[in-house]
Design a protein around this ligand. Structure first.
Ligand SMILES: [Zn+2]
Length: 59
């Protein structure tokens, strides 16, 4: 069967992927992260590691 890949941050559709037929799932969705959100998240993590005052914004 085929499952959809969706960005967990902005819900953007990132395409479809074949998965082994032994897996039975309904409305299968795999969450990933698109290039746009990945860039933003990396910047936020770097800011946290640099001891920025604004923490806990990601979780
Ligand atoms: Zn995204």
């Amino acid at each position: 069967m085929v499952y959809r890949i969706v960005c967990a941050w902005c819900q953007k559709e990132m395409g479809e992927k074949e998965c082994p037929g032994s897996m039975v799932m309904k409305d299968a969705i795999s969450h990933s992260i698109c290039e746009c959100c990945k860039g933003k998240v990396i910047i936020e993590i770097e800011q946290l590691e640099n001891g920025g005052g604004e923490c806990a914004m990601i979780l």
